[in-house]
Design a protein. Sequence first.
Length: 516
Amino acid sequence: MASINSEDLFKNIISHAKEYGFIFQSSEIYDGLSAVYDYGQNGAELKKNIREFWWKAMVQMNENIVGIDASIFMHPTTWKASGHVDAFNDPLVDNKDSKKRYRADVLIEDHVAKIEGKILKEVEKARGRFGDAFDEAQFRTTNPRVVENQQKIDAINTRFKAALEANDLEEVRQIIIDLEIVCPISGTRNWTEVRQFNLMFSTQIGSVSEEASTIYLRPETAQGIFVNFLNVQKTGRMKIPFGIAQTGKAFRNEIVARQFIFRMREFEQMEMQFFIKPGTEMEWYKYWKETRMRWHRSLGFPEGKQRFHDHLKLAHYANAACDIEFEFPFGFKELEGIHSRTDFDLGNHEKFSGKKLQYFDPELNQSYVPYVLETSIGLDRMFLAILSESYAEEKLEDGSERVVLRIPPFLAPVKCAVMPLVKKDGLPEKAREIMDRIKYDHNCFYEEKDNIGKRYRRQDAIGTPFCITVDHETLVDNAVTIRYRDTMLQERIPIEQVENILNEKVDMRAALRKLN
Ligand code: ATP
């Protein structure tokens, strides 16, 4: 197959995900709901396996980490204390002609990026002219056009930062107008005022409307852990340092929702809050950065697919933060966040609830509000990372083509397909016998339709690592053919070995051992 650009590749991945039962648009028969997706029969399996790998690596492998499952609904004051009611906002602006809505900060940042592009062009031109003698730093500080553009950028950034800090939305609008930013659709500068838009979804609790009170769908799972900090610490007799993990749905009313399941309005997070002694946070920050990166690298994707990105602007609750970024088909983007949250959350919950959320440290003989180190990964983004990295369009030696998902075998939705070569002569019965042996341990698939080549292709397309074929010989020698997804090689093995081979090759334990 001719090599394709990453935009087309991403389109192919999206249609493949639909065609093979991984991801469907939500309520598709009603034309879908924007930025909401459903996982199909293969997607649900893959997602479950990723969740299980995270959970085992986090909870089962660490004696001092336990898991909980908190509710999506929480007392509304939770979100006051966490800062989400007041600060979980995006500044929005509408163009009156196109009726399109934009994030005001993104419009300004895009404008700055355009000026940066001009500078880069000048730099590259000069590099070509001067060759080896080119001194980029000197050029940037002396070339009049570059200096002028850099001054423009600095002035915009200073003004924009001041406007955001003062929450001066009129000034944000004025910046957009002064920069003569136009709507890419209508081409006009006819902007509404800028409004803060809270990303939390709200609903009413209570059966009678007068009694109803506003509650929110949680925008992150972390707060369910913080409010249960003492419950878990006391009932589990946990000693600091210890962690609480959970996986579950979170909801954000994202304005600019695109890029498939990368940015959704309903998504799943896998979070772990690690409670530590104040002052030790930098040690633990380093520890969790390394530990989480090891988890990502254990999947065996090529070097350089993941990288750290330090946050320049820290969130209100953090004193150190970075992302693990993954190279998606649309570029490097955040996959997981690692945040040193200090005592911000527990401290605020103490204040708002009036309840003490402290830990008595027997070594120090004193109580304190623990600091928190958080690791937070989006399950759907991890799914997309694995799907896009596993997807390959291949041209085979015989000139035919195949699409294969090279999903790490222990995560594959179907571990093994069992196929009688033909649908008669006692072969289906023999194949069913094998299915009955292995189905207790693994999600397996029985298939007898179509010729064997077509059946192999279908299994390649959903990432099934092994196919077992029963043929007429099997009835004589009690052996079957095992065919490997990645190499397409075929081997003859005795039926008694099928279970062992499968157990060994799709075993999650081997992946977990790599983490030590
Ligand atoms: P972004 O900057 O991409 O909006 P964020 O910094 O707001 O993400 P966090 O609040 O740190 O994200 O959430 C932790 C993780 O949850 C992210 O690393 C990401 O994997 C996942 N996540 C956040 N928002 C979404 C979303 N809308 N859809 C899917 N996953 C998400």
